[in-house]
Design a protein around this ligand. Structure first.
Ligand code: FAD
Length: 468
């Protein structure tokens, strides 16, 4: 923000009360909320505080590199950040560099959109074995998340297993099975590309606890997998017993998805020979019991329990129960993809078992009415499920509620906003101009390699460029 505008805003804050809003987390929820708030309230001031020196959360560090079209929302977010009454302040971790109560003292409202940064664990034996890796870290590794850049991934075995059947699981499978020439043209990090070019993985098991009628991946992702060059998707016929009988009565999106799986199963049966060099094996109704390891504590297989589904009616509500029947699956890499969960950044915040912060439609209840109100949106508020479109809808809804509250602000309480927070901070801040320098640098580096961008994976290097 220009000095002129900052003075103007401060003047306004002591006379006509420009509401000062702090958003914690520069992912889609943060940007969509800022977009809605600044549209509804002409005289609001929004500061977006982000842990990393770079914005966009899982758009940058989650969305698969071969899905560039999904990342186009970045253009909208850039326009939001360039508004005179919006600031981006990167390289500030709330809960460490500044506390939540300190933010609440200096703003009129604090919206928490800091996502879900941890992954759920299976809680089974040998989960800490080498080459048992959280999909979250694997995704961070190929997408350039600084904390995952040194992840040790051994791709020298020909068989891998992904535990989970959501879209993240399919993303991970696709990256492991894709022809390397396709990945070369994306913004996948060079260290991942080099490792994947040497990968020996030819078989990948995609293991789900429940049946084909309950899979969590969506039709678009499955279609993409089925069309993959040099890769066959091999279904187990026994997993589909009775499925064709119920398909007609399923709700539409599930019906189309199930029909596609059945069609692929039938096509496989008609195929005379399979000349593809890679194979994806979706496996249903199996729960991991333990990882089998070798003498060096490297994973070499998974013991799976067979499951049965119980209950009639809505297939989504059927209960899954493990039997005593066991199956052993050999693999040299296992990726756990069973979901994300949020962390608490302050003792005031209560986390629920669903992996989200306790809130009522975005409002966080607290015992300190004299401090700014707290809100939650995005994966932190809804739980770590849903695509960007859901996150957008939720962020808009919470921002509408904030607008109602801010419209009723008492006239007397002027807040210091980021001017006061700056006095507390000891670290260097990256503003939008700093991020723009990083952005330009990454695009330039990418151009030299025939990629849309080559991400910087080191925070020190990011800071150097932002301050150059
Ligand atoms: P996030 O995007 O996680 O943003 C949270 C931000 O808060 C981050 O920038 C983080 O650094 C910051 N932060 C964390 N802690 C702090 C702190 N203490 N202080 C300050 N800042 C902090 N959706 C689609 O529509 N299409 C896809 O192809 C797609 N692919 C996905 C792939 C993966 C692997 C994952 C996990 C999700 C994918 N999604 C996709 C879903 C989509 O990414 C989410 O809906 C969306 O990112 C949630 O937004 P959010 O703002 O709540 O969280």
């Amino acid at each position: 923000m220009s000095t002129k505008l900052r003075m103007f805003t401060r003047m306004m804050s002591s006379s006509t009360r420009v509401p000062q809003v702090c958003i914690v987390g520069a992912g889609p929820a943060g940007f969509y909320a800022a977009m809605r708030l600044t549209k509804k309230l002409a005289n609001v001031h929004v500061d977006i505080i982000e842990k990393l020196p770079v914005p966009f959360g899982l758009i940058r560090y989650g969305v698969a590199p071969d899905h560039p079209e999904v990342k186009n929302v970045i253009n909208q977010f850039t326009k939001v950040a360039q508004q005179d009454n919006v600031n981006f302040y990167g390289n500030i971790t709330v809960g460490k560099d500044v506390t939540l109560p300190q933010l609440r003292q200096n703003y009129d409202a604090v919206l928490l959109t800091y996502g879900a940064e941890e992954d759920k664990e299976l809680g089974i034996q040998n989960e800490d074995a080498r080459n048992v890796i959280a999909a979250r870290n694997f995704v961070g590794w190929y997408n350039g998340l600084p904390s995952d850049k040194d992840l040790q991934v051994d791709l020298s075995n020909d068989t891998a297993a992904v535990l989970g059947q959501g879209n993240v699981a399919l993303d991970v499978a696709r990256i492991l099975l894709s022809p390397i020439d396709k990945l070369k043209k994306t913004d996948i990090t060079q260290h991942a590309l080099d490792a994947l070019a040497e990968s020996k993985i030819r078989n990948l098991y995609l293991i789900g606890r429940r049946g084909p009628l309950q899979v969590a991946f969506t039709i678009k992702e499955l279609r993409e997998q089925l069309k993959m060059k040099d890769c066959s998707t091999i279904w187990r016929e026994s997993d589909f017993a009775g499925v064709a009988d119920v398909v007609a009565n399923l709700p539409r999106p599930r019906k189309r998805l199930t029909e596609l799986m059945l069609k692929s199963l039938e096509e496989n049966k008609l195929k005379k020979e399979d000349t593809n060099s890679k194979r994806l094996y979706p496996i249903f109704l199996r729960s991991p019991n333990k990882f089998i390891t070798d003498k060096d504590n490297v994973v070499k297989g998974i013991e799976l329990f067979e499951n049965r589904l119980y209950g009639k009616g809505n297939v989504e509500e059927q209960k899954c129960v493990s039997t005593n029947e066991m199956e052993l699956l050999d693999c040299g890499l296992a990726l756990r993809s069973i979901g994300y969960k949020s962390v608490s950044i302050d003792e005031e915040l209560e986390l629920l078992p669903q992996g989200m912060v306790n809130n009522d439609k975005g409002r966080i209840w607290d015992a300190h009415p004299r401090l700014a109100k707290m809100y939650a949106a995005g994966w932190l508020g809804t739980g770590p499920v849903g695509v960007i479109l859901h996150t957008m809808g939720n962020a808009f809804q919470v921002a509408n509620m904030m607008y109602e509250d801010l419209s009723k602000l008492p006239r007397s309480r002027a807040r210091g906003g980021f001017e006061e927070i700056k006095r507390i901070l000891r670290n260097e801040i990256v503003d939008w101009e700093g991020w723009s320098k990083i952005d330009r640098y990454e695009i330039e580096q990418g151009k030299k390699m025939g990629k849309p961008r080559e991400k910087i994976c080191d925070i020190g290097k990011m800071m150097e460029i932002a301050y150059s």
